[in-house]
Structures are given as C-alpha cells and as structure tokens.
Design a protein around this ligand. Structure first.
Ligand code: PLP
Length: 427
C-alpha cells in the first residue's frame, strides 16, 4: 500500500500496528477509563445516560444519547484538542494514530478480529458508500441485493450505476415478514445468484419489518458457491449490520462475510457520527478507496478510514462503547434485548386489532418489534404514544406502514407495560 508521505514513512517507520510503541510517544491525555459496569447491570447502565426518563425511550435505534463514559472521553479529547490543536495534529501524526489504534483495538476485541481489519467511518451510510461505491467489478459483473435495504444502500447503488454502469439486481426474500422462514430466504438467495453475480449485499436486521436474516448461513451458501469460482469471480459478501451490532452476540467469523458495515451510534451507544467497516482480510484487494486517508495507509483499517480532519473527539471516544458492551457481556446484552422484545410481542398480541409485523421467532428477529393496528393510521398512533411520553416512530417501507418500537438495554418491563396500557386504551 502507498505510504501517506515519505516523511510519514520515516517518522512512523516500524510503529504502525504496534500500539505499544506508538503509545510511548503520545502525551498523556487523561482519557478516563469507562465506568466499570457489572455484567448485566441494566439499572446502572440506565443511570449512565442523561436521558429524560419521564419518557420511555423505545426509539434509541435512531441515534444514541451519550452516556457518561462517552461524554467523559469526548471531553478529555476535546480539552486536549482545544488546548493545542496543532500539537495534537503534530506532523508525524503519532498521537492521532494512537487514538485511532485504540478504537480499532477495542472494536477488534468486540468482533474477534485484528485491529488492521477495522476502518473507522462516520456512519453506516458512509461505510455503505465505501463498500458499494468502491467494490471492484469487471464489465458484465453485477451486484445482487434485496428490496429490503435501507435507502442509504439504494442511493449508494443508484449512484454507482450512474457513475460506471454497474448492474444491480434486487431480490425479494419473503412476501410477508410474519411468514418468513430461513429456508425460504436461503432458497430465494440460492436461486437468485447467477454466474455474473460478483457482490451479494444484505441487511442483517431490516428497519422496515424487523426481520433478522441468518447472515452466517447466507455466508455458508456464498462460500459453497465460491468453491467453484476463480478469484476474480468469487462472490464478495457485504452486510449492513447496524441493527444487529450491539444486539446480537456474534463474532465476525460467525458472520461468514467479507465486509461488515455498521454505525456505532445506535445500539452500540458510541458517539454520534461514528461507525466501522470490518474486512475479512487486512490486505483485501476487493475495494478501491473512494478518497484519501489521513491514517497510516498500510492495511485495510488504515487505508479505508476516510481522511480529512474529523470530529476527532467523537471518533476516538468510540473505543469506550466497545468496552462498555464487553463489560455488560455480549451474551447478556442479546438475552436482555430479546427478552424485552419477546415480552412486548406477547403483550401486543393480547390487544384487539394489533397486527405484529416482525416475526416472533428469536432466530428471525432481534431488537425490533413493529406492528400496526387495523383501521388506525400508523403516524397518528405513533404521535399518540409520543404525546404520552412513549418514544416510538412510524415508517412505511417494504413491509408497509408500521409503528416501530425497539425495546433495548435502556428500557424496563414497566415501560413496556405503560406502552401497552396506552395502546389498550385505543383498541
Ligand atoms: C438498515 C439501515 N442501514 C443504514 C442506516 C443508516 O445509518 P447511519 O445513520 O448510521 O448512516 C439505517 C438508519 O437507521 C438503517 O436503518
């Protein structure tokens, strides 16, 4: 890979990827340790957030509030930057790189990979642009995706086609989310793959229906197909993982994918304006960068981290989010979120006229519980709940109009009960 500059090369020689060596040259920035949380201590976790708890917050999947450890880390980095920005941006960039390395290290711990596999982005959308905009295609090769993708994917693909004519085809993986099954999804994907399919792009947890795809099994299917393909024809499998990341207890290896793309400012509780791409290899040749990096430019993580000066205090504080989730326990997090969603689904089904849209099965759903009520406008219903201090939202995407509720780690069973009482009064 190309070095940033000759001077960077000389100054940074031998340091890259060796966090300890880099650390030795970094001034102490007094970044506080994240508050130590006990595994599964949901009550303490709630206290770390400055949320207005007169409201029940069932829409934190949009963007996270900043909890105490994140605020403290941002403040410490901000103080250092505000005291002497030019020094932090010192010409050999070692301090900047050290902080980035720390974020990659914590993200890598969380996913079970090496830091060099992690690029730091500003959002899911930015990561998706890098993936769909930069994935190498030969003439005649196509991108295969689904009708269930978020509009961030839709536009990334539309612009890719406008730029270079890349072919894009979309599969419908199920007709009715409630009736979806793993078998049906896998069969439709297997039947949809053609010899010219070079890229397979899927969203893990759909924000129009709440359906969770069996991403690991889809990856097995891809691996099987790839056994009969040469290196220039093998399918490159990328996942928009934002609504599974910070919910599901999965390491990167179990996803069986080439690229995992996610924001860290939703379920992960990272600073607003942060995200990652995790690649299966530190030395992948599958993507062409869309622009310059200001990182070391030596492996996937440091080449695909977009350059230009950033809101560094947010980017660097993201390490605390991964630490927080590891303290809580990835398995405990998944169990808690699934438990609350299961409870909400059960309660909703006791109400007359409620149509659940998200599957009941834990294998096909995660932290979303979407529904509608026969004869009622979803937007009016969402407005009614919000007026009564229950934060939800409503959208109409591939599964039609739905009210979106996402019970998560900052909710309680009592809040679910309150929402149900309000809905009962309307049915
Ligand atoms: C499935 C999905 N992908 C991507 C995005 C965009 O996320 P970000 O705000 O991190 O760019 C969203 C937004 O909520 C989403 O629901």
């Amino acid at each position: 890979m190309i070095q940033n500059t000759r001077r960077d090369f000389i100054k940074a020689g031998g340091l890259v990827g060796a966090g300890l060596t880099l650390a030795a040259s970094v001034p102490a920035t007094a970044t506080p340790q994240s508050d130590t949380l006990r595994r599964g201590d949901w009550q303490r976790l709630r206290q770390l957030f400055p949320l207005d708890y007169r409201y029940a917050h069932f829409a934190n999947f949009l963007v996270s509030a900043h909890c105490e450890p994140i605020r403290a880390a941002i403040e410490a980095h901000r103080a250092r930057l505000d005291g002497n920005p030019a020094q932090v941006m010192d010409y050999d960039r070692q301090e900047v790189w050290q902080h980035e390395h720390e974020v990659r290290t914590q993200a890598a711990r969380y996913l079970g990979v090496a830091p060099g596999q992690i690029a730091l982005t500003g959002s899911t959308t930015e990561g998706l642009n890098i993936f769909y905009g930069g994935v190498r295609l030969k003439p005649g090769q196509e991108i295969l995706t689904t009708v269930h993708e978020h509009y961030s994917v839709r536009y990334a693909l539309q612009y890719r086609t406008e730029r270079d004519g890349a072919g894009v085809r979309k599969l419908r993986l199920f007709e009715d989310p409630r009736q979806a099954s793993e078998d049906e999804i896998l069969t439709r994907i297997a039947q949809g793959i053609r010899p010219e399919t070079r890229v397979l792009g899927m969203t893990w947890v759909h924000s129009g229906s709440g359906v969770k795809l069996p991403i690991g099994k889809i990856g097995e299917l891809v691996k099987e197909t790839n056994r009969e393909r040469g290196p220039d024809e093998r399918i490159i499998y990328g996942i928009d993982g934002v609504h599974g990341f910070g919910v599901e207890n999965l390491d990167f290896a179990a996803m069986n994918c080439d690229f995992f793309i996610s924001g860290t400012h939703k379920w992960m509780f990272g600073p607003r304006g942060t995200g990652i791409i995790c690649a299966a290899s530190e030395h992948t040749r599958d993507l062409v960068p869309l622009g310059a990096t200001f990182s070391q430019n030596q492996n996937f993580g440091t080449t695909f981290t977009p350059g230009g000066y950033q809101a560094f205090e947010h980017r660097w504080a993201a390490s605390k989010a991964f630490e927080l989730h590891l303290q809580l326990g990835k398995d405990a997090v998944q169990q808690r979120i699934h438990g609350l969603n299961h409870y909400l689904k059960q309660q909703l089904q006791t109400l007359k006229g409620v149509e659940l849209v998200t599957p009941s099965s834990s294998a096909l759903s995660a932290g979303f519980t979407f529904f509608r009520i026969a004869g009622q406008d979803d937007e009016a219903l969402a407005a009614y709940l919000i007026q009564n201090r229950v934060m939800v939202d409503s959208v109409s995407r591939d599964a039609g109009p739905v009210v979106r509720m996402a019970p998560g780690l900052l909710n309680t069973e009592a809040e679910v009960d309150r929402a149900i009482r309000l809905l009962a009064a309307r049915t």
